[in-house]
Ligand binder design. Structure first.
Ligand SMILES: Cc1ncc(COP(=O)(O)O)c(C=O)c1O
Length: 328
């Protein structure tokens, strides 16, 4: 691949995150060795996969002179919460555009957004569907007040945010060498697709043997193939390395969304409790719990029978546990 232009980056995440072997899980399954990449430990309040992407998105915002970040998601968006924390750490403002009505009680991520004194607008579905237009108008409004606002899309999943997991691939390669392992697969959850998109490019850029594979937690596999293909095309256009990615590299396993995005069946809560009690690792019910459950089911069904070693990417989401505590 041609050398991509280097994007601006600021240091936000505590890197490298640990890569740990889940000994008891591996022997309980009697199957492949399972390792956990702890990207839930990129920070405390700003934790999770989003922080790797924000190192690039926020750097771009600052380079353009932003005094305010605007971003969007559901009321329990981990990405919105991480962006709100980082804005305060940098001494700039943040405006969150949250889908739906204001909940009666602010719990989990939303509670933290409120403690931070973040500006929040609630958008109905129709307005949220035209988010880019809404954000553009808001940027103009702020400009008329002398503020420079910068819009980061949902999940920071665009050509800038992709860099987070492109560069994480280098760290993963170093982890694998240090631990003398050659995992066949790197398993993650796909919510807005930027983590998977970055890992697919990163695998080529840093020549990893390990194949990224994602469980979608919303929409369907076809949606993520389109979204990730479009994000990679935008990345090629902006940074001009002309990286060819074969459609077969976008490996999405569908079938574990359950009742819908952010809604889970009892088996997901049982799986979270089981892993917590087996390994002291806590997953979330929206992203990692579903992907992890999917991985276990696929191991049992023989999908990974030729694999000796898998890595599960823990992308964070701890605060999403609290609004769903009654389900436990
Ligand atoms: C905890 C957590 N895990 C996984 C994901 C999925 O990552 P991506 O949006 O890059 O697909 C998200 C966000 O959507 C998340 O908040």
């Amino acid at each position: 691949m041609n050398q991509a232009q280097t994007p601006p980056r600021i240091k936000l995440a505590r890197l490298p995150t640990p890569l740990v072997k889940l000994e008891r899980l591996s022997s309980a399954l009697g199957g492949p060795e399972i390792w956990l990449k702890r990207d839930d430990l990129t920070d405390t309040t700003a934790s999770g996969n989003k922080l790797r992407k924000l190192e690039f998105s926020v750097a771009q915002a600052l380079e353009e002179g932003a005094t305010r970040l605007i971003t969007a998601g559901g009321p329990q968006s981990n990405h919105c919460r991480a962006t709100a924390v980082i804005a305060r750490q940098l001494g700039i403002e943040c405006h969150l555009l949250l889908r739906g009505r204001e909940p009666e009680e602010a719990d989990g991520n939303l509670f933290i957004d409120q403690v931070l004194g973040t500006t929040i607008s609630y958008l109905d579905q129709a307005t949220f569907d035209a988010l880019d237009q809404y954000a553009e108008n808001l940027i103009s409004q702020y400009a008329s007040q002398g503020e420079k606002a910068f819009f980061i899309p949902v999940g920071a999943s665009d050509e800038i945010g992709l860099w987070g997991y492109i560069e994480a691939s280098k760290e993963l390669k170093e982890d694998f060498t240090a631990n003398n392992i050659s995992p066949e697969y790197l398993v993650s959850a796909a919510g807005s697709g930027g983590t998977m998109g970055g890992l697919i490019i990163g695998r080529e850029k840093y020549q990893l043997e390990t194949r990224p594979i994602a469980f979608n937690v919303s929409n369907d596999a076809a949606y993520f193939r389109r979204k990730i293909t479009a994000d990679i095309a935008s990345w090629n256009k902006r940074y001009s390395p002309q990286q060819e990615i074969s459609p077969s590299a976008i490996d999405i396993i569908d079938g574990y969304v359950g009742p819908g995005y952010a809604r889970a069946e009892p088996v997901i809560f049982d799986t979270i409790k089981w892993l917590a009690q087996l390994e002291g690792v806590i997953l979330d019910p929206v992203y990692t719990g579903k992907a992890f459950y999917g991985m276990i089911q696929e191991i049992k069904a023989g999908k990974f029978q030729h694999s000796k070693c898998l890595v599960f990417l823990h992308t964070g989401g701890i605060f999403g546990l609290f609004p769903q505590k009654s389900q436990f």
